[in-house]
Design a protein around this ligand. Structure first.
Ligand SMILES: Nc1nc2c(ncn2[C@@H]2O[C@H](COP(=O)(O)OP(=O)(O)OP(=O)(O)O)[C@@H](O)[C@H]2O)c(=O)[nH]1
Length: 308
């Protein structure tokens, strides 16, 4: 066995450690609000956490009854609210280098004085760079989970959500259903009308499906011309009804191509999660049901249970 050299502790080490401890205390509890705010905001890139810190530090200098931040990131609204009410209001648009990073209204029962408004502006001017970074980080995170063509969630988002649903289904015995929808003869649409029209059909199909779903149900682009829909707390019969609704919604799409009007149909496969199965097995059963729907002539829905 090799000899491991002993670590020499210098006589000055305890003092260095004590200094470090004190420096940390001072770093955490900076006496002035701007230094403390900057330091606290620099510890996180989570927009929600940053807004919580901002509300806390702001509220200690300029008390308010409510703060409501709102910003549209990609296609989603991000909203942060704390407190309630107050008829007097001041509102700030968070602009930096020509871009807007949200609006921030504060409400209160008493009027804001000029000095207080100046104070709010000073604090916001310190917070705006970290908030910009958090907004950009969230936008990148969202983009990584979004299909660029249709704007719905992508396969990666589906994989993450399926794993989560699988765990919840096992632990709480909840029912989850998965629908796979595959547009019929989509290659023919591309071949006859070109890829630009094909892309347009995919976007319209995603929109039609989104309009037909409850907010608790989520649509994902699973592959080229295939979409997946995840239905929490939904058993096989209800999932079948949803799949039929989606199928009819897609069948109602009409696209004016000059001399012809283009329509499209879809086939759907449904599988409700079975206790103990993996997500791969679950998807494979939905895929099997979809295969059966295609085999039966397309433009129809099959539920896995009814064919096994
Ligand atoms: N325009 C466009 N076409 C795509 C996209 N992704 C995949 N495709 C096309 O979708 C077509 C799928 O063809 P197939 O897998 O043969 O399926 P299908 O023609 O729909 O036939 P069935 O599924 O059996 O009804 C292929 O021609 C792909 O090139 C896309 O993002 N845009």
């Amino acid at each position: 066995m090799k000899n491991i050299p002993t670590i020499q502790r210098s006589a000055s080490q305890p003092k260095k450690l004590a200094d470090l401890c004190q420096a940390h205390q001072e770093w955490v509890s900076a006496p002035d609000v701007l230094t403390r705010l900057t330091r606290r905001l620099s510890t996180t890139l989570a927009l929600e956490t940053q807004l919580g810190i901002l509300a806390e530090e702001l509220g200690q200098i300029i008390p308010f009854d409510s703060m409501n931040y709102r910003h549209r990131i990609n296609r989603q609204d991000f909203v942060f609210s704390t407190g309630m009410g107050g008829p007097h209001r001041c509102e700030y648009r968070l602009n930096l280098e020509g871009n807007c990073y949200g609006t921030l209204p504060l409400n209160r029962r008493q009027r804001f004085s000029e000095e207080e408004l100046q104070g709010v502006e000073t604090i916001i001017s310190v917070a705006i760079c970290p908030l910009r970074n958090a907004c950009q980080y969230l936008a990148i995170e969202q983009a990584a989970l979004t299909d660029a063509l249709t704007g719905v969630a992508n396969k990666r988002a589906l994989d993450e959500e399926l794993a989560r649903c699988n765990q919840l289904a096992q632990r709480h015995n909840q029912q989850y259903s998965l629908i796979l929808c595959d547009l019929d003869h989509f290659k023919t649409i591309n071949d006859n009308h070109g890829h630009v029209v094909g892309d347009h059909v995919l976007r319209m199909a995603a929109e039609a499906m989104e309009r037909s779903l409850r907010t608790s149900d989520t649509i994902y682009r699973f592959g080229g011309e295939e979409f997946a829909v995840l239905l929490p707390l939904t058993g096989g019969k209800d999932a079948r009804d949803v799949a039929e609704r989606l199928r009819i919604a897609i069948g109602n799409i009409r696209i004016d191509c000059g001399d012809t009007t283009l329509s499209v149909t879809t086939s759907c496969g449904v599988a409700t999660h079975l206790h103990g199965e993996t997500t791969e097995q679950w998807i494979a059963r939905a895929d099997e049901a979809l295969y059966q729907a295609k085999h039966l002539g397309r433009n129809c829905t099959r539920v896995f249970a009814s064919i096994s």
